[in-house]
Design a protein. Structure first.
Lengths: 87, 166
C-alpha cells in the first residue's frame, strides 16, 4: 500500500472539507499538513500494525480488509460508526 | 448626491455549466438561503442588473456570508463586472468579457462558527460603466488562492451593490 502522491492527498483534503460537519478552528494549510502527517504515519507504521494482527487473520485478510477493519474500529472509537444492532 | 443601492437575490443567481456554488437552504427558525462556495475549488455565480442612476465612481459590492463549519481563517471574495450600453455598444452580448476582478479578504471573526460577516469589495475595474448600462456581475470565492485559508464552505446569503448617482 503505497504512500499517497500529492494529488491524492489534495483530494483527501478536499473530501474532508466537503464532508466535515464539525467546527474547524484550523486553516486549510493546517488541515493539509495534518493529512500529510497522517499519510506519512500510516506509511511508517503499517508494518507494525500488520504485525500486531493475530493469525490467521493477518495471513488470510487482504490489504483492503485490513484497511476497512482499521477504519471501522477507529470510526467506532470516535462515535462515527453505528451498526444495525445499535438501533 | 445619493447612494443607489441594489440588492441581489440569491435565488436569482445564474451559473455556468461548471464550477458553481451549491444553493442551500439551512436554518432552524427561518430559511437561511444561500450559495455554498467550496473551500478548494473556485466557484462563481452571476447576476444581471441595470445600473439605474449610476453617476460615477467605484461600485461597492457587499457580500454577506457565513462559514459552514469553520471558526477561523480567511476567505477571499472576488467580483467582476461586464457593462454594455444598449443601443450604443456593438459588443456581442454572448461573447462579452468581464473586467479584471477586484477582491477582498475577509477574516472569520470567531466566537460563533456560523455568524454573519460582511465583506465589501471596492470594484474599481468598471468596464466603462455608464448610467443605465446593463451589467453582469460575477461573484466568486478565490478558494484556490493561498490567502484563502478558511476550511469548509463559505455560504453567501446576500449581496448589495451600491454606487453614487452623481
Amino acid at each position: 500500500m503505497a504512500e499517497l502522491d500529492d494529488t491524492s492527498r489534495n483530494r483527501v483534503w478536499r473530501w474532508f472539507m466537503r464532508r466535515n460537519t464539525e467546527a474547524c478552528n484550523f486553516t486549510k494549510t493546517d488541515l493539509r499538513a495534518a493529512i500529510d502527517a497522517c499519510d506519512t504515519w500510516i506509511e511508517s507504521n503499517q508494518a507494525s500494525f500488520n504485525a500486531a494482527l493475530p493469525q490467521p487473520f493477518r495471513g488470510q485478510a487482504t490489504t483492503a480488509q485490513k484497511t476497512l477493519m482499521f477504519c471501522f474500529v477507529a470510526q467506532r472509537r470516535a462515535g462515527l460508526l453505528k451498526v444495525e444492532e445499535d438501533g | 448626491m445619493a447612494t443607489v443601492v441594489q440588492q441581489l437575490d440569491m435565488g436569482a443567481a445564474q451559473f455556468l455549466s461548471s464550477a458553481f456554488p451549491q444553493m442551500v437552504k439551512n436554518g432552524t427558525n427561518f430559511p437561511a438561503i444561500g450559495l455554498a462556495y467550496d473551500a478548494a475549488a473556485a466557484e462563481a455565480a452571476f447576476w444581471m442588473t441595470r445600473a439605474v442612476s449610476y453617476g460615477s465612481g467605484n461600485v461597492t459590492v457587499a457580500c454577506d456570508w457565513y462559514a459552514d463549519t469553520a471558526t477561523s481563517g480567511d476567505v477571499i471574495w472576488g467580483c467582476q463586472l461586464a457593462a454594455i450600453t444598449p443601443d450604443a455598444d456593438t459588443q456581442d452580448v454572448e461573447t462579452k468579457s468581464l473586467a479584471t476582478a477586484n477582491t477582498v479578504t475577509d477574516t472569520h471573526l470567531g466566537t460563533t462558527g456560523q455568524r454573519l460577516h460582511r465583506a465589501s469589495i471596492t470594484v474599481s475595474n468598471l468596464d466603462s460603466l455608464a448610467n443605465n448600462d446593463d451589467v453582469w456581475i460575477r461573484i466568486y470565492r478565490d478558494a484556490a488562492a493561498g490567502g484563502d485559508t478558511m476550511t469548509g464552505d463559505a455560504v453567501l446569503v446576500g449581496v448589495t451593490v451600491s454606487y453614487s448617482d452623481t
